[in-house]
Design a protein around this ligand. Structure first.
Ligand code: NAP
Length: 472
């Protein structure tokens, strides 16, 4: 970006801030929406928070995020506090006004948008929240707002859960007519000691994991171990996003429930803050959230994988091996991997179990590889990007490169190849044209970049991919 005399500054106050992912969200939004604005993290110690907020205002800083451990203390230094932030008792976003900063809490709304985007409906449900720290208050507020019937708030230190439960029950009984469905029922939040989890009588639980247990590198740790508890969990939502599959999430899935991590919450709280600072509506930014989500994911996982996609015969395996050799990466062909796992050839899987079964195997394969592989070049099956779900997963697995061959070139390369089940029988050229026409939109939506391979040697294609990756 070009920094000039008109560049606006936004940023983050926290301690520590060294590993924050927020710049990925805000600086990408500024790039996409052509805002002359830069986002910078500021490491501010507790004792300096007041002078930092005053100094930021005097320097003309447009807006700030606030993170651990300042979300409560910062409220002392603001000229105004939004009602929701006041009820939650924490501020994570400062917006400049004439007289000073106004404080908002976008964690709550970010979590709400994340929950809704996964199709989770909390109205009339029984919720369990594990943890009663700073983040937990936004979770309780969101669940009350969404009309949860009962919320068990479990914490190791009972007094903290009691304090939050009392504040939230009072707030929602006083404001219940305006905020939150199910307002006829007071004291919906029930504080409990974490070790008393087995006293919860209901099944079909919606559980939010809001403790700090399970954060990388302690990825298998979890505050509750009991399989009997997990058997009652329908939905598990971990606020932690690094690792992307926490020990809590794994336990939920193994017991048959659905599990989600906190990366979308992080994304949406940032996008909402950006909307306050710039006036760009959330709806306008929503369309680019998928792209930013990918950047966040890659910011955490740093797998550096490359994923070659494209039609059969476009050279994914040959180019993939050469690319892996050049980069000193591993190489993996997903078709070969699936054949080894299934113990039969792709043609046999098609013939005996059908295409849908094979496509499902492909989806499961990407999930497995996402957890296991770094520094790998993947050559993927030609039909892999046909499923919308796979498009999203492939783009998370690594940088996706479309190898694009014309129908003529494809025909020339595949002549006489009897191993392609989709091209057996009469008129292979017509089949190639029709299939290419049908598949190209899927390939295009899956590709971070594309390289035309007609009349090019493998070395030329490898060089072009590396050049294009460098200029991304
Ligand atoms: P916090 O204020 O420090 O609270 C930590 C919570 O974890 C407390 O309830 C604490 O219980 C519990 N805890 C810690 N060690 C424990 C142990 N050994 N056994 C049982 N419970 C234990 O942290 P926070 O700000 O609420 O953050 C909680 C989590 O949410 C963090 O992992 C954070 O990364 C995540 N988060 C995610 C987002 C997002 O955008 N996705 C936003 C905010 C926070 P006690 O009260 O008994 O100490």
């Amino acid at each position: 970006m070009n920094i000039d005399g008109r560049t606006k500054i936004i940023g983050l106050l926290g301690c520590p801030v060294e590993h924050t992912l927020s710049p990925v969200i805000h600086n990408n939004l500024s790039k996409i929406f052509a805002q002359n604005m830069v986002y910078l993290p500021f490491h501010v110690e507790k004792e300096q928070l007041g002078t930092a907020v005053k100094g930021a205002f005097d320097l003309g800083i447009t807006g700030l995020n606030v993170t651990v451990p300042h979300k409560q203390q910062v409220m002392e230094y603001l000229v105004e506090i939004d009602d929701v932030a006041r009820a939650i008792g924490a501020v994570n976003t400062l917006v400049r006004t004439e007289a000073g900063y106004k404080g908002y809490n976008t964690d709550m709304e970010g979590l709400r948008k994340a929950v809704l985007s996964e199709g989770i409906v909390l109205a009339d449900k029984v919720v369990v929240i594990l943890g009663a720290g700073g983040a937990s208050k936004a979770v309780v507020y969101m669940c009350l707002l969404e009309g949860a019937r009962k919320i068990y708030l479990l914490n190791r230190t009972l007094s903290k859960a009691e304090e939050i439960a009392e504040a939230m029950n009072t707030h929602f009984s006083e404001n219940g007519g305006m905020q939150g469905r199910g307002s006829e029922c007071t004291d919906r939040v029930i504080p409990m000691r974490l070790s008393d989890y087995h006293l919860i009588p209901e099944d079909e639980l919606y559980v939010f994991q809001a403790t700090s247990i399970g954060l990388a590198p302690h990825t298998e740790d979890c505050v509750l171990e009991d399989v009997a508890f997990y058997k009652k969990v329908r939905i598990g939502f971990d606020l932690i996003y690094n690792p992307s599959a926490t020990g809590f999430m794994r336990r939920v899935r193994e017991a048959g429930g659905q599990a989600f991590n906190g990366l979308k919450m992080l994304l949406y709280q940032g996008v909402i803050a950006y909307s306050y600072w710039t006036g760009i509506s959330f709806q306008e930014m929503d369309v680019v959230c998928g792209r930013i989500y990918e950047q966040l994911y890659h910011g955490i996982h740093k797998q550096d994988n490359l994923v070659l996609i494209g039609f059969m015969g476009s050279g994914k395996s040959t180019v993939g091996k050469a690319l892996a050799h050049k980069l000193q990466y591993d190489f993996l062909d997903t078709d070969t991997y699936i054949e080894a796992q299934a113990g039969m050839s792709i043609s046999n899987i098609f013939a005996t179990k059908g295409e849908d079964y094979f496509r499902q195997l492909e989806t499961e394969t990407i999930h497995t590889l996402m957890e296991k592989r770094v520094h790998t070049v993947f050559a993927t099956g030609g039909g892999m990007p046909l499923r919308q779900e796979n498009v999203k997963l492939l783009r998370l697995l690594g940088k996706t490169v479309l190898l694009q061959a014309s129908a003529q070139e494809t025909f020339h390369r595949l002549q006489g190849d009897m191993t392609r089940p989709l091209l057996q029988g009469e008129e292979p050229m017509a089949k190639i044209v029709a299939l290419l026409h049908q598949r190209m939109p899927h390939y295009e939506s899956a590709a971070h970049l594309r390289v035309c391979v007609d009349d090019k040697s493998v070395d030329m294609i490898v060089e072009e991919i590396l050049y294009k990756l460098d200029s991304m």
